[in-house]
Design a protein around this ligand. Structure first.
Ligand SMILES: C[C@](O)(C(=O)O)[C@H](CC(=O)O)C(=O)O
Ligand SMILES: [Mg+2]
Length: 292
């Protein structure tokens, strides 16, 4: 029997200090990440909204929207996938459905946050959080719904930006007591704040190194030293690909050809390499050539 996705995530976490989790907005990015050596992947809620729907990250995408993208990734690779499920998309029964659906398609871990359902990006102003009690209920519903005990339920707290560090830590403790496995400490502003989380919350801590946000881009050694067990790079690959695509569009518009930007493109050879294209071709030959 193969190990469950949740167990693979936990094993990757046990081996790495810290575990680097890279955002893969599509299945092809997941293949590149796997072959670059990443032991854990991430599907960003903002990424699904922006890339798949052309929408802002303001709670406008549904469970099914995210499931579709997550399933594409879990079909393409065995590398464990952490998925952003925003606020879980509703009340206790909705959250239970969410957990069951994501577990069923082979997702390893999800993170669910304590923002109100009209959520915002964690690094934007004017966030609002639900009460501790409401978030504890969300977590209990999620934990009760999983069938694989290794499926990871990570609680994200957005409260530090709203209520301060101590309130965020109090919440994290309550979320772990309610059964969450790990804590996503969102939008911290000082390296030292990870220390405080780690010292008081007896669970693995995730640091979000999203670019152009509230948190400085600390390196993995600094973060490990400060007590972070996982480091997330949710959208760096997406932002880079967007800029590269825009450069090509502008060159086509301005120059009327792509010759000046060819060296910014992945070659056909490299594209095929990450796809394992030739192995598929060989398989075709093996299956059908003798009939010709
Ligand atoms: C991690 C995050 O939830 C995401 O959806 O990728 C975002 C990232 C971002 O907007 O930079 C968040 O931190 O809220
Ligand atoms: Mg998000």
């Amino acid at each position: 029997m193969t190990q469950s996705a949740g167990l693979r995530f936990r094993q990757a976490l046990a081996k790495a200090k810290p575990l680097q989790i890279v955002g893969t907005t599509n299945a092809y990015f997941a293949l590149m990440a796997e072959q670059t050596g990443f032991q854990a992947l991430y599907l960003s809620g903002a990424g699904v909204a922006n890339a798949s729907y052309g929408l802002p990250d303001l709670g406008m995408t549904s469970m099914n929207d995210v499931l579709i993208d997550a399933g594409r990734i879990t079909s393409a690779t065995q590398v464990p996938l952490l998925v952003d499920i925003d606020t879980g998309w509703g009340g206790a029964f909705n959250i239970a459905r969410t957990i069951k659906e994501f577990e069923k398609i082979g997702v390893a871990a999800v993170h669910m946050e304590d923002q109100v359902s009209q959520k915002r990006c964690g690094h934007r102003p004017n966030k609002a959080v639900v009460s501790i009690e409401e978030m504890v209920d969300r977590i209990k519903a999620a934990v009760d719904a999983r069938t694989d005990p290794n499926f990871v339920i990570m609680a994200r707290t957005d409260a530090v930006a709203v209520e301060g560090l101590e309130a965020g830590i109090e919440r994290a403790k309550a979320y772990i007591a309610a059964g969450a496995d790990m804590i996503f400490a969102e939008a911290l502003t000082e390296l030292d704040q990870y220390h405080h989380f780690k010292a008081q919350v007896k669970a693995p801590i995730l640091a979000n190194m999203t670019e152009f946000g509230q948190t400085q881009l600390f390196n993995k050694e600094e973060l490990a030293e400060a007590g972070a067990d996982m480091v997330l790079y949710p959208l760096g690959t997406f932002r880079a690909a967007n800029q590269a695509a825009l450069n090509v569009m502008q060159a086509l518009m301005n120059d009327g050809h792509q010759r000046n930007v060819l060296d910014t493109m992945q070659t056909r050879k490299d594209l095929y390499q990450y796809l394992g294209y030739h192995a598929f071709e060989d398989k075709l030959d093996q299956l059908f050539s003798q009939d010709k």
